[in-house]
Design a protein around this ligand. Structure first.
Ligand code: DOR
Ligand code: ZN
Length: 411
């Protein structure tokens, strides 16, 4: 639905949409004036790393939720590479309990595909599903054993759980720390070829075809992966995919000064890959923009490039960076909302999300005109590892609401 209208919220739910209908609904409404602003369904980040339990010095569930609210996200999915790993009911329970005590942002835990993320045996899918996991992933690690991945897809499908694949062939990655090519050679750093990703994208598409199970491909970074996913979709396979803002905003050039904030897995690639990722977003091959928010402290980042941890924070820059794609005419605003809310909701089967009558009022208000300079020191996240610090951006969330409760409002 596109238009200028009122939305009436009562008891945390969307009670009416439309100026006339809202007038009759509530006699003494509390008014949030969003004139001139964009009111969209609450944004969903389907790929976030909260570091709790285990690495609370990088991020806690509470600070991660605050960062999400600040960035316009009403819901986030958290990856299982915590310590202990979320491969069982007690860790899932713990995450949900902590999330309940946080600021109100909805947290959907993702369970591990393999026990301990070790790639050796399947985790307890039934137990985790009952505890509340929304999907399964070994994110941070690939599932190298194709037979285990086949079984994972079969069992997960039986439980109605989506498998989210971190596509990487570790033998091809070897000791690589950035994109393979001339830049890596000049910098004296070991490279990771594009094939490290696309070999696994091809394998996992084949396994989805074999098992009939849906598969979601995380953080697409290469031209080859986009081509494989486009072809798989054209053949009607149940494949969906996401990319992250850094893959359509940056290239490998970002690491030229050995900036460890730009060290990420998969690595930032060439301009050709960046443009292919943009093309994949534009033609619908890539369904979702997810942050892959990966907080790390100075202990892991203020070290030699080779030794630095992979990952960058994204919850508080994802929306403004994605709005750049609208500014350059690659996406329209409807596409953007689809990729940051409607599509993740559809892929994760979150039918209660969306601006529809009776749904919980999860709403994000965006000021498209707001110009600002990224200052990591103002972030709610505990970590500061962003390569976007100092960037001049336009447009950001000024209010985030979850179930009718305002969880962030710009003052
Ligand atoms: O850069 C990354 N960081 N890629 C991953 O897959 C994992 C993540 C993390 O957990 O830090
Ligand atoms: Zn990953």
């Amino acid at each position: 639905m596109d238009g200028v209208t009122d939305i009436c919220i009562e008891n945390g739910k969307i009670a009416a949409i439309g100026n006339e209908k809202c007038k009759t609904q509530n006699r003494k409404p509390k008014i949030i004036d969003a004139s001139g602003k964009l009111v969209v369904p609450g944004l969903i980040d389907m790929h976030t790393h909260l570091r709790e339990p285990g690495h609370e010095y990088k991020e806690t569930i509470r600070t991660g939720c605050l960062a999400a609210a600040h960035g316009g996200f009403s819901s986030i999915c958290c990856m299982p590479n915590t310590e202990p790993v979320n491969d069982n009911q007690s860790v899932t329970d713990y995450i949900l309990r902590q999330a309940n005590m946080a600021c109100g942002v909805r947290v959907y835990p993702v369970g591990a595909i393999s026990r301990g993320l070790c790639g050796q045996g399947l985790a307890e899918y039934g137990e985790m599903k009952a505890a509340g996991v929304i999907a399964l992933s070994d994110d941070g690690h690939p599932v190298m054993d194709a037979q285990l991945m086949r079984r994972a897809l079969e069992y997960a499908n039986g439980f109605g759980l989506l498998v989210i694949s971190h596509c990487e062939d570790q033998n091809l990655t070897a000791h690589g720390v950035m994109n393979e090519g001339v830049t890596a050679t000049r910098l004296g750093l070991a490279g990771i070829p594009n094939a490290s990703e696309s070999v696994m994208v091809a394998r996992d598409i084949a396994l989805s075809e074999l098992t009939g199970a849906p598969l979601h491909i995380a953080h697409v970074s290469t031209e080859g992966s986009v081509r494989l996913i486009r072809d798989a979709k054209a053949r009607g396979l149940p494949i969906t995919a996401e990319t992250a803002p850094h893959y359509f905003s940056l290239t490998e050039e970002a690491v030229i000064n050995y900036d460890t904030n730009a060290k990420v897995h998969p690595p930032l690639r060439t301009a050709k890959d960046r443009d292919a990722v943009r093309g994949g977003l534009a033609d619908g091959t890539i369904d979702v923009i997810a942050s892959d928010h990966a907080p790390h402290s100075t202990v892991e980042k203020d070290v030699e490039f080779d030794a630095a941890a992979n990952g960058l924070i994204g919850l508080e820059t994802s929306l403004p960076l994605s709005l750049k794609l609208v500014a350059i005419g690659l996406l329209n605003l409807g596409d953007l909302v689809a990729k940051m809310s409607v599509n993740p909701a559809r892929i994760l089967k979150l039918s209660h999300i969306g601006l529809k009558l009776g749904n919980p009022a999860d709403v994000t208000v965006i000021d498209l005109e707001k110009e600002f300079k990224v200052d990591a020191n103002t972030f709610c996240s505990k970590s500061r590892n962003t390569p976007f610090n100092g960037w001049q951006l336009k447009g950001r969330a000024i209010l985030t609401m979850v179930g009718g409760k305002v969880v962030y409002r710009e003052n």
